[in-house]
Design a protein around this ligand. Structure first.
Ligand code: ATP
Length: 299
């Protein structure tokens, strides 16, 4: 049986190191050593869950092109089952990532095959989605695909609503655990992104009316777990941060992993925060996700 089905995006990230980010209309010559990496929040979370030892299947779309072949080979080598990834008459999703040595970045994404994926592609995957112990989703695919996948899921449903966009009430009502960052929470709550403190964020989370907990990731400030009647602020692990990209993806995968083991939501968030902190100590996103043995046990 599949532990976790991830429904989401698969991208090729082309990472270009630069001394400075270009201004509009400007051309900046970068270093010669650009690199290609697997990416997309869906693929990142699938690989992160597989590295934690879970049986993972990916649902998404890539193009009928060399990038699609490369990406599927990459995640399959990580142990992710790729049979449910559809080949689309669109190019594989691409993210052009411009980064400077001091960590500034500008990212342009061409969704390609990811946004071509439609609810009808999930019909043949009814058994896979219905039998998975958990379904983990993000919002880099069409909203109708997210809604349909949530409708077909019978196990635990974890939604990472990134990037921010409205979620229809029927979908939100079926989500067991919602994992937004600050900006995504504010967008969902229809609140301005002010410097709301912990109580303000908790009030926003409760205003969503989800049936389960909301876990708000706060970057280097940790994570806030909110239920109807309790809240826990989980401090971030103290690490030498190198590159925080992919931290949220590892966090979501590890949270689902711990919940499948029967952990309480605050314990699951502590495990997720230890796993995400390892990702922060390494460059890259997908390639920075830790294997289970690399995540420190609780002090
Ligand atoms: P991304 O989209 O880049 O994956 P995100 O906004 O979804 O990011 P963050 O809130 O930045 O996610 O980070 C997720 C989690 O990773 C945090 O809740 C925290 O546990 C951990 N984390 C992030 N940054 C740091 C840091 N500098 N030090 C330690 N832990 C961190």
């Amino acid at each position: 049986m599949t532990d976790i089905v991830v429904v989401g995006s698969l991208n090729v990230d082309v990472v270009v190191p630069l001394h400075e980010l270009p201004a509009p209309g400007q051309t900046v010559l970068g270093a010669a050593d650009h690199r290609r990496a697997g990416g997309g929040k869906g693929a990142n979370q699938a690989v992160a869950a597989a590295r934690l030892g879970r049986r993972v299947a990916m649902v998404g779309a890539v193009g009928i092109d060399a990038d699609g072949d490369w990406l599927l080979g990459l995640i399959a080598a990580e142990g992710v089952a790729t049979e449910a990834v559809v080949r689309a008459p669109r190019p594989t999703g691409q993210a052009i990532v411009l980064v400077t040595a001091d960590g500034d970045s500008t990212i342009a994404v061409s969704s390609g095959a990811n946004m071509w994926l439609a609810p009808e592609h999930l019909g043949p995957l009814r058994d896979l989605l219905g039998s998975a112990r958990a379904v983990l989703l993000q919002q880099e695919v069409d909203a109708a695909v997210v809604a349909e996948a949530v409708r077909l899921a019978e196990g635990l449903v974890v939604l990472n609503p990134a990037p921010a966009r409205p979620v229809d009430p029927a979908t939100l009502a079926r989500v067991d655990v919602l994992v937004p960052n600050r900006g995504e929470l504010a967008a969902l709550a229809g609140a301005p992104l002010t410097d709301a403190g912990v109580d303000g964020l908790a009030a926003m989370a409760r205003s969503l009316g989800t049936r389960g907990p909301v876990v708000v990731t706060l970057g280097g400030d940790g994570a806030l777990v909110v239920t109807t009647d309790r809240q826990w602020l989980i401090p971030a692990e103290q690490v030498d941060a190198v590159d925080a990209t992919g931290a949220g993806d590892t966090f979501c995968a590890a949270l689902a992993d711990a919940l499948l083991d029967g952990a309480a939501i605050d314990e699951a968030a502590r495990w997720a925060s230890r796993a995400a902190a390892v990702t922060v100590t390494r460059p890259g996103a997908m390639e920075a996700a830790p294997r289970r043995v690399e995540v420190p046990t609780a002090a």
